[in-house]
Design a protein around this ligand. Structure first.
Ligand code: HEM
Length: 165
């Protein structure tokens, strides 16, 4: 399954949503403006933006919640090794309070994988990040960036846009 993401003003993204009511577009507010995300279609709604292959998915992305995306730049030759580690992931995030959805997105248009997580609230995410489950899931990570990762990963945090906004 494919996934698409783009950035833009909320107004602009809402217009795309209104024109495509059947596409199940997810609109989010981040500190850098709006983000739109949708899955499962080969049809391209965005002029620019990023295309991904959804290589792992659990849970359903809901209309309300707090989204944290970990953006991890990985060189071409390291991609198989990176994905292999996720295949052996601990699957503990799913059991955490407030967990709603997880996606591992392989980039088709650049080198940056996205580990997409959706939580009921920001506190639910913080709670997981401070937990032993998080430590356990990342215990193979050294304090510094792992060898197969090109640059330091960066986080994008967003809240789902409410219908009435
Ligand atoms: C910044 C340093 C981080 C790196 C380099 C990194 C990379 C990885 C890798 C390679 C795995 C697969 C398991 C392993 O081999 O350890 C993993 C698991 C995971 N990571 Fe990260 N991660 C980082 C921090 C984060 C953060 C801040 C989030 C928040 C969204 C996150 C979300 C996840 C999730 C949801 C899993 C699967 C956990 C499970 O199965 O229970 N990671 N991460």
């Amino acid at each position: 399954m494919k996934a698409y993401m783009t950035n833009g003003t909320i107004d602009y993204l809402q217009k795309i949503e209104q024109k495509n009511p059947d596409m199940n577009l997810h609109l989010m507010n981040s500190s850098e403006g709006g983000i739109a995300y949708y899955e499962g279609s080969v049809e391209k709604l965005f002029n620019s933006g990023r295309e991904y292959e959804v290589i792992m998915e659990t849970g359903e992305i809901l209309k309300e919640g707090f989204v944290v995306m970990n953006n991890i730049p990985v060189s071409d030759e390291s991609k198989p090794g990176f994905e292999h580690r996720f295949k052996n992931r601990s699957n503990m995030v799913e059991g955490m309070p407030g967990f709603q959805a997880f996606r591992l997105l392989r980039p088709n248009s650049n080198n940056t994988y996205v580990v997409f997580t959706q939580w009921r609230t920001a506190d639910d995410f913080e709670n997981w990040k401070e937990s032993n489950q998080f430590k356990e899931a990342h215990k193979k990570q050294s304090a510094k960036k792992p060898a197969n990762i090109m640059e330091q990963p960066f986080l994008t945090t967003c809240t789902m846009l409410k219908e009435e906004e």
